[in-house]
Design a protein around this ligand. Sequence first.
Ligand SMILES: N[C@@H](CCC[C@H](N)C(=O)O)C(=O)O
Length: 276
Amino acid sequence: MKLKFSKMHGLGNDFVVIDGVRQTVTLTADRLRQLGDRHLGIGFDQLLLVEAPQSQENDFRYRIFNNDGSEVEQCGNGARCFVKFVTEQRLSNKRAIRVETARGVIVPELGAGGLITVDMGAPRFAPLEIPFLAEGDAITHPLQVGDESIDITVVSMGNPHAVQVVSHVDTAPVGTQGPLIEHHSRFPERVNAGFMQIVGRSEIRLRVYERGAGETQACGTGACAAVVAGIRRGLLDSKVMVHTRGGQLQIEWQGNGQPVRMTGPAVTVFTGEIEV
Ligand SMILES: N[C@@H](CCC[C@H](N)C(=O)O)C(=O)O
């Protein structure tokens, strides 16, 4: 049997996107890891599976898998690619689409000039998947990483992020500290590790070592989490341009209880078929 897919990316964070509405999809974690391999498969950071919604109030459900085979709760760049995919595949002609994810409903919206804005929902600061945050209201927490103690701000955008401020992203220890933070014993569900350089009150540079995928060219939820962390720390204003290795995202957050809005591009690279 063959499965049709689209290869897409959001600022270089790349995806295989599969229509599970019109196709029957059964992929084991092993097969998914093989397809994600950049030498032996197609190669992707995440695989996105588009399905029919569970509630009639919503338009779709979408499931997200890291290239290590783990299923995760949320993906910002993926949300923009998702809306482009359902439009291109004529699964929907709406401009604003209600999508169920493992952590609630998000609403991506096609805008002018090919840019897509996503209401990513409100960030959370004491989520169940990060138990040590229940210890108090502090905005930063010390974390022992190897020989170093670093200050992190933990934010859940549905998925968990630990963000630290660095003086320069180009020399930040993303490749060495990233995996140690991802697998730190204080994060039982593992974590995405963000390294943020403050350029000004409305501009940051960011690199993210993603849980289950390693460093990516860009991370949408990582950008949301970094801006929220910077605003909570009093370093940033409410509207911030985030420069990643793959390009720029505009992130806006008006404060506690409010949703984070993310605006950026989505690109289809090619379509193909997988033998399953
Ligand atoms: N690339 C994504 C995030 C994908 C999931 C993440 N690796 C996790 O495990 O939480 C984005 O653009 O947000």
